[in-house]
Design a protein around this ligand. Sequence first.
Ligand SMILES: Cc1cc2ncn([C@H]3O[C@H](COP(=O)(O)O)[C@@H](O)[C@H]3O)c2cc1C
Length: 184
Amino acid sequence: MTLWVVRHAQPRVAPGLCYGALDLPAEPEATAHAAQALAQELPQGAEVHVSVLQRCKLLAQHLRGLRPDLTFKPEPRLVEMHFGLFEGVAWADIAQDAMDAWTADFWAHRFGGQESVAEFMARVAQVWDACLPARAAGQAQVWITHAGVARAASLLAQGQRTVLYAGDWPREGPAFGQWLRFLP
Ligand SMILES: Cc1cc2ncn([C@H]3O[C@H](COP(=O)(O)O)[C@@H](O)[C@H]3O)c2cc1C
């Protein structure tokens, strides 16, 4: 059964800031608009796993109002990758050395000192695997989450669980308020 991976609507953030797990608010109007579109798309009785950051919770809250048939579960493992010391810092103000250290060891380095791509992929893979039995049993699954998580899901859908080189990290992800669909 299908898995929908939905990205929250536009967050309120200055352009050029590095934010991953920073708990930014989402634009209320854009969120309401995204919920309307999603409410028309999702099948009856789907199970919705929601990142615990407020930009995702707000979209889930709107969706709940429109679709009382859905069930919602908070899922901390669907939060965006944590950039540690660099959360809330302008990308332009992050030292080139820090960027280079990450590129040199993309998989295992903790950019900002908090979380590596390996650790991030491992927690997203846990949720992916946990959803498989329900999908196999015909229960549609939905994640309300972030761009990095959606890219991780694209890799998992192809059976790829390791990304050793920065150049192999997917470029394309859903735009704000949009989603990817993974068929059975
Ligand atoms: C390896 C990696 C590199 C990233 N660079 C930016 N983001 C992620 O952090 C930001 C927050 O996403 P959202 O707006 O959906 O909450 C985005 O720019 C997204 O691409 C990354 C995520 C990962 C895993």
